[in-house]
Design a protein around this ligand. Structure first.
Ligand SMILES: [Zn+2]
Length: 855
């Protein structure tokens, strides 16, 4: 050991062996070859305990960071936004005080490197590199956030000429908690179960968190899948800062299973996304040598180049790779609570924190020493990107959602968040048999510096070098949004087709066409927010009907009104004629739909008083929680609560077997549930009495196994695998799994489950190999996979064959009630806007599906 100085003096014990349950102090974590400025507050002096003694709560973490920023001229702190639960997201900027004086220019010069050819004017020899250190995006993987205090302290307090030089040559952005709500949820759990005598028994409650656990954010979303789709506020705040800085390296500190060691990227080489340049992986490997050396020094085991990958760009360690930077994943074996028995002996929380801190520090060192290399790589990356765009057969993407501007608005919003340049067409464009108008379409040219992000969002891919995926294999956005879109080649596209550049996307506002009505109003169900409008009206006690047939209303408009049109009679409502008109104006502007004044009940097709209009019942929705997938449940909660403004009761699974369910008319299950016979019977009786029971994902097979439905499965021919060597069996078996891709379904547009859709074809997200054969009952098959379903993603030939023609949606009757099986998850990660309507239709119209013959 080197001699100890500064704060570390007297804390000599133990780099390699610490008494198992004695408390550690700062000297355990920090390098002992530098002095620490005594003016800079240590974590303990602010938070009241030593790092690792308790799990840091988010408020204390922020409190410490603010104290540090106040005490040191090396660091500034900014609030970059708030989480769902209102917690501040803070970002600290560490650099030499001289750099701080001109930080705006440093930032803008840095970003100029991403703009060829102007980037040539900048001398990378004189520019600092930019490192973004990001911690614990999974809240129950807390060693990262706890280590962030050590890293922040080190950057503010470590002294000496080498440190000064390093600070001059780098800007370190430090985000102590990528997921404040999840971190706080988990720290509460771990701290409330800590014993005075720390008990490492894995059976202790401390190590088995309650559903939904602290990994996710408030609505139970995995934020480490949201870097590309940016549907959560935490991601939006962070991505804005990312683009403001375009860091050279971004670290993403995680935890994995308790019996593991430590992992750093690169991951499995064959599983790197083809859009990521080879040089990116080479630099990642070179940075890895710094981690290896640092971990060797403290005696920690580690591994690299296996287990994890760099494929899905929605992850923090992969997203930088299409932005001219290097993303680095760290995975530390998790002690989960304060200490736990493991295959490597007792794994103590401080040990996990020290590894994370060590890796953050080695990252910084690599950013100092590889500075010019990283900056040059970044500049070249953007130069090459323009060349690649030039060589691409596709020159632009054009898209619209003809009858639902809200859906194309939400994709445009993502483009804007990702700093992609896009335009309105300058005039009508005809391509691929479609017409795109300036007022309803967006056009995205590829010859721009964010070419790679655009490709990552828009391309389809069916060929892969590997058959294993850590996450999904495809996520094509215009398909997820069910848009009309086209890839434009050089033949179709010219820059003169670009009209106004879109600088601020605006939510589409509708109008009440024809003004105040004395007779009736109608709005079609095409709008993404039509269910929100319907729910608003129902909540005010306004009676609504839904058209189960199309009709034409004279004077209102020339086209016919489609299946699923909502009719609001003016007579006999609880609101006056004028107040009802005001409500119509409100839904038109706030929900982005056109409402039509209808002056007569005599229409072409069915008349307004016909039985072809069914009464719409106000949904009273319960969502099962504490069983099944918390992600899927969270997606439903998020959809209904944040987008549709609907009340949804999160109902603990054990109450499904009680009469608590009698106050709902709709229950959603996102997974199976263990329930005794009486419980199942209770739930069945609720359906028989008229309830709508909706199942997604594994709930579909559970409902069938419990005889709510009676589904039959199509099985794929299993490959024999007889010549597979022992050490490849696991991979072989995993390769049979469908990891998540896009497949085409075909809708019956006359079916209530398809109301609001205006195209038969619907791209559907599918994961897993459950294939349901269509029902003999013709009422019960609103959606099936086509005979050529693969649009984008990985699937084996045998599974693809088995999928053809199978059901994606089924409706079965049970007594007076309905059971709706949504075989795929229609709400995937909140960006699958195209299939959300299936869920809303099940909620609003499941109960009106014809039962005469349904079984
Ligand atoms: Zn993680």
């Amino acid at each position: 050991m080197k001699r100890l100085r500064g704060l570390a003096v007297g804390l000599v014990l133990c780099l390699f062996s610490i008494p198992v349950f004695s408390q550690v102090d700062l000297s355990y974590y920090l390098p002992d070859d530098v002095n620490y400025n005594p003016e800079v507050p240590t974590p303990q002096s602010v938070i009241g305990h030593e790092v690792g003694e308790w799990h840091i709560t988010h408020d204390k973490l922020v409190y410490y960071m603010r104290a540090l920023a106040a005490a040191s001229d090396r660091v500034t702190l900014e609030d970059i936004g708030t989480t769902h639960e209102g917690r501040p997201q803070v970002l600290l900027t560490f650099t030499h005080p001289d750099n701080h004086a001109g930080i705006d220019k440093i930032r803008t010069d840095h970003v100029w490197l991403t703009y060829p050819p102007e980037s040539e004017k900048f001398d990378v020899k004189k520019m600092p590199s930019v490192v973004y250190l990001g911690f614990s995006i999974h809240g129950n993987e807390p060693s990262g956030s706890n280590a962030s205090m050590l890293m922040a302290y080190y950057l503010a307090a470590a002294q000496g000429p080498e440190i000064e030089t390093a600070l001059r040559n780098t800007v370190v952005l430090l985000d102590p908690s990528f997921n404040p709500d999840g971190l706080n949820r988990f720290s509460t759990w771990a701290n409330m179960h800590k014993s005075k005598n720390i008990n490492p028994d894995p059976n202790d409650r401390e190590y088995s968190e309650a559903w939904p656990r602290g990994r996710t954010n408030h609505y139970w979303f995995d934020l480490n899948r949201d870097w590309l789709p940016v549907q959560q506020p935490e991601s939006r705040n962070r991505i804005a800062k990312f683009h403001e800085w375009k860091p050279n390296i971004l670290t993403d500190h995680h935890e994995m299973g308790t019996n593991s060691t430590f992992f750093f990227q690169p991951g499995v080489p064959s599983r790197t996304h083809p859009l990521t340049p080879k040089e990116n992986q080479e630099l990642t490997a070179k940075i890895g040598t710094y981690h290896a050396k640092a971990l060797d020094r403290i005696g920690s085991l580690y591994y690299t180049k296996e287990g994890y990958d760099d494929f899905y760009y929605g992850k923090g360690s992969t997203f930088p790779d299409i932005n001219g930077g290097i993303g680095i994943l760290f995975e530390q074996a998790s002690s989960r609570g304060h200490a736990q028995e493991s295959a490597n002996g007792i794994l103590r929380f401080p040990f996990t924190i020290r590894n994370q801190f060590t890796a953050a520090l080695s990252t910084w060192q690599s950013a100092v020493e590889m500075r010019e290399e990283l900056l040059t790589y970044q500049r070249d990356f953007y130069k090459k990107v323009l060349r690649e765009a030039n060589n691409d057969d596709v020159k632009a993407y054009i898209f619209k959602a003809e009858k639902d501007a809200a859906r194309s608005y939400h994709l445009a919003d993502i483009l804007q968040m990702q700093e992609i340049d896009f335009y309105r067409p300058s005039r009508r464009i005809k391509t691929d048999g479609m017409e795109f108008q300036p007022e309803d379409s967006y056009i995205v040219p590829l010859d721009q510096r964010n070419y790679k992000i655009i490709k990552a969002m828009f391309e389809t891919r069916k060929e892969f070098t590997d058959s294993l995926f850590y996450d999904i294999s495809a996520w094509t956005y215009p398909l997820a949004f069910n848009l009309e879109y086209s890839e434009m080649s050089a033949r179709d596209y010219g820059r003169n087709q670009l009209g106004d550049k879109v600088t601020e996307v605006e939510f589409p506002s509708g109008a009440v066409i024809g003004g105040q009505s004395a007779y009736a109003y109608a709005f079609e169900w095409h709008g993404y927010y039509a269910p929100r409008a319907a729910n608003r009206l129902l909540s005010k006690g306004i009676r609504l009907k839904v058209a189960t047939q199309p009709f034409t209303a004279e004077k209102a408009r020339e086209e016919s009104f489609d299946y699923g049109t909502i009719l609001i009679p003016v007579a006999n409502q609880s609101l006056s004629e004028y107040d009802l008109f005001l409500e119509m104006q409100k839904i038109a502007t706030e929900d982005g739909i056109n409402v039509y004044n209808i002056t007569t009940g005599l229409t072409d097709g069915v008349s307004l008083g016909s039985n072809s209009f069914s009464t719409v019942t106000k949904p009273k929705v319960a969502l099962m929680v504490e069983a099944g997938s918390s992600y899927d449940a969270g997606e439903v909660w998020h959809l209904l609560d944040t987008r549709m403004d609907m009340l949804v009761t999160k109902l603990p699974a054990n109450r499904l077997s009680t009469n608590a369910i009698d106050r709902y008319n709709t229950i959603i299950l996102t997974g199976g549930v263990s329930m005794d016979k009486e419980g199942v019977e209770n739930l069945k009786n609720w359906v028989r009495n008229g309830g709508t029971l909706i199942g997604t994902g594994s709930a579909v097979t559970w409902l069938s196994s419990q005889k709510f439905t009676n589904l039959k499965y199509a099985s794929s021919e299993r490959p024999s695998g007889e010549n597979i060597p022992y050490d490849q069996v696991t991979n072989f078996r995993r390769a049979q799994f469908t990891p998540g891709g896009v497949f085409m379904s075909k809708l019956d547009l006359t079916h209530p489950m398809a109301f609001g859709y205006y195209k038969e074809e619907l791209p559907t997200f599918r994961r897993g190999n459950t294939f349901i054969t269509p029902s003999d009952n013709m009422y019960s098959n609103p959606a099936r996979y086509t005979n050529e379903p693969l649009l984008s993603g990985y699937i084996t030939d045998a599974n693809l064959e088995a999928m053809k023609g199978t059901s994606t949606v089924r409706v079965n009757a049970l007594g007076r009630g309905r059971v709706v099986s949504l075989v795929d998850n229609p709400n995937f990660r909140a960006f699958w806007y195209g299939t959300n309507k299936l869920m809303m239709n099940a909620i609003f119209f499941g109960r009106i599906v014809n039962t005469a013959a349904a079984r």
